[in-house]
Design a protein around this ligand. Structure first.
Ligand SMILES: NC(=O)c1ccc[n+]([C@@H]2O[C@H](COP(=O)([O-])OP(=O)(O)OC[C@H]3O[C@@H](n4cnc5c(N)ncnc54)[C@H](OP(=O)(O)O)[C@@H]3O)[C@@H](O)[C@H]2O)c1
Length: 297
């Protein structure tokens, strides 16, 4: 679904996708053929390691790019509590490195962050300007990565998103889909509220936004999720309805499902800014889920 904007700059924009084999990275791979005026370079471990300065310099010295889209991150929320240095290396130090490379090689950086930079005590959607107050290591390292980028003096966007799902990699929809086929009953947390986001919609919207504005100056923060909100229980129950399974889905409190990392109780992001600036209209999480399940089956 490429943009039809007449103001599109039609030179061959070169876009590097970092972390190309993750769920968001693979979503960019899915859409690449629909944006023929963008030339994509898809990179991931082991040949493109954000923690290997030599590999990075070798790439940027030999390939001139206009935009780097960073889909790589340390995303294991609970594991991060046990290995904060590893989370920090990828979510903070690697962003610092990318900012330095952006200054040297003159590319714009598109970076993703998370609803977990907020503590979840709000009861209305978080705006881009709301102060950051993460309650776990993962959220803390992502918040630090944002600060590094915002103070670096480079040009780019930080796009915060939440509850990412897709036909690719590991995510809640794939986990619940599989449990529903194999269990008679499952318990799912019903006291955390957020907005599921289809990685394919996020990738397409990022490319549509870039199509409209390549001349970004400074670092802009945006929020992007599918429209609507739910709990993990509501999300699981909708997967059950759409897949017509007989497995019971029971709502439980988070206190009955202890995890290493605390999660925000409420982390709905207000997406008014990105919708208005780029004329985007994200579909509901329910219709995005239907599309995802068709692709999984
Ligand atoms: N998942 C969510 O629910 C969620 C929610 C909100 C925000 N986000 C943010 O959205 C973005 C995309 O998340 P995602 O779920 O697509 O992540 P993901 O599936 O975990 O993908 C991350 C990718 O980065 C790669 N990677 C790991 N270490 C690397 C390194 N040193 N150098 C280069 N690549 C490396 C991973 O490779 P390996 O698999 O081989 O390690 C993987 O292919 C992240 O910024 C994340 O913080 C995600």
């Amino acid at each position: 679904m490429p943009s039809t904007s007449s103001s599109i700059n039609r030179f061959m924009t070169k876009i590097l996708i970092i972390g190309a084999n993750g769920q968001l990275g693979q979503s960019f791979q899915y859409w690449a053929p629909y944006f023929p005026h963008f030339k994509f370079f898809f990179k991931d471990l082991p040949e493109f390691n954000l923690l290997n300065q030599d590999q990075l310099e070798q790439f940027f010295n030999s390939t001139s790019i206009n935009i780097a889209i960073n889909c790589a991150a340390y995303t294991a929320v609970d594991k991060a509590e046990d290995e904060p240095q590893k989370a920090q290396q990828l979510n903070l130090q690697a962003i610092d490195t990318l900012c330095e490379l952006s200054k040297t090689f003159g590319f714009k950086l598109i970076h993703y962050s998370t609803d977990y930079v907020f503590d979840g005590t709000a009861d209305t959607p978080y705006s881009e300007e709301h102060p950051l107050s993460p309650i776990g290591v993962y959220g803390n390292t992502k918040a630090e990565g944002e600060t590094v980028m915002q103070t670096s003096g480079i040009d780019g966007w930080i796009i915060r998103t939440s509850w990412l799902f897709s036909p690719y990699g590991k995510n809640f929809v794939k986990t619940i889909f599989s449990l529903l086929q194999n269990k008679e009953e499952i318990n799912v947390v019903a006291d955390q509220t957020g907005s599921p986001t289809y990685a394919l919609d996020l990738a397409a919207s990022t490319l549509n936004a870039l199509d409209q504005n390549l001349a970004t100056k400074g670092v802009e923060v945006y929020h992007y999720t599918n429209s609507g909100q739910t709990t993990w229980y509501g999300f699981a129950d909708k997967i059950k309805q759409l897949t017509h399974t007989n497995c019971g889905v029971n709502p439980i409190d988070s206190s009955a499902y202890p995890t290493k990392a605390r999660r925000p109780k409420y982390s709905v992001l207000s997406c008014d800014k990105i919708k208005k600036e780029f004329n985007l209209n994200p579909q509901s999480w329910e219709s995005a889920l239907e599309d995802c399940l068709k692709k999984i089956k």
